[in-house]
Each structure stands twice: as structure tokens, then as C-alpha cells.
Design a protein around this ligand. Structure first.
Ligand SMILES: [Zn+2]
Length: 136
């Protein structure tokens, strides 16, 4: 399924370099011990800009909810409709969420509450994206 090809900027470069290395690296605020995603110039919880660092996370989560895209407006994705769009909550910090198409899970058959693990898909030469697969 064609995916959106990410374009890294200065702020997200470390994240995308990690993805291309098959690692999930998120911003971690040392001041308040929280993770955040997507990357921001300052901590979204305490506002600290100096205490943000990058941290490898385990890449384990759960499916919180999902919708099925039946009539979306992204041209690249129209041939795939309907497709799942699930909200993944990271186990290490439940304030961190990701969207996933849950490769391999048929539309409308998303097992809400199931455990998932990060995986990586190639969307262009030398460009991976993070995705999530149901485990167990
Ligand atoms: Zn903070």
C-alpha cells in the first residue's frame, strides 16, 4: 500500500534517522521524565527546552481505538480505501500516541486493546517508516 514518504526537518531528523536504523527514538524530557512525540522544540508538559534529549524506546504498545478511512482525501491512499487507521498508545508512556494502518489486519477487524509492536516498512529507497503489528 503506498504510504506518505516522510520529509525530515531539523527537529525530526533524529527521529527519522532512528527509524531508518530500525529504532524508535523519541524526545525525553529530563526535567519532568516524560516522553513526547512528534518532536517539538520544547517539552509539551513543563515547557523546558534545555532538558529535552533523545531516548530509545521499546516500541511496545496497545491499540486504543480505530477508524476506517472510506472516503479520505489523500490521493496516494485512495486506491487502498477502505483502510484502518488505528490509534496506538505507547506502553512506556501512555501520553504518547501513534497512528497506524495495522498492516495485515483487514479493514473493520481491528482487535482493540491488543498488544502491538513497532515494525519498519520501506516506502522509498533508503526511507523506512514506523508501523505497528499485532502480537500474541
Ligand atoms: Zn518536561
Amino acid at each position: 500500500m503506498p504510504k506518505i514518504i516522510p520529509v525530515a526537518d531539523e527537529l525530526s531528523k533524529t527521529f527519522w534517522d532512528g527509524v531508518n536504523d530500525k529504532r524508535l527514538i523519541l524526545q525525553h524530557c529530563a526535567a519532568c521524565d516524560r516522553l513526547q512525540y512528534p518532536p517539538k522544540p520544547a517539552c509539551q508538559f513543563c515547557g523546558s527546552g534545555e532538558k529535552l534529549e533523545w531516548k530509545d524506546v521499546e516500541g511496545k504498545g496497545h491499540i486504543s481505538t480505530y477508524i476506517v478511512i472510506e472516503d479520505g482525501r489523500l490521493n496516494r491512499r485512495m486506491p487502498d480505501q477502505p483502510y484502518n487507521l488505528a490509534l496506538i498508545t505507547l506502553d512506556e508512556d501512555t501520553s504518547v500516541n501513534f497512528y497506524s494502518n495495522l498492516p495485515g489486519v483487514p479493514p473493520y477487524e481491528v482487535p482493540v486493546g491488543s498488544a502491538v509492536e513497532v515494525m519498519f516498512e520501506e516506502v522509498a529507497p533508503d526511507q523506512l517508516i514506523h508501523e505497528w503489528k499485532v502480537v500474541g
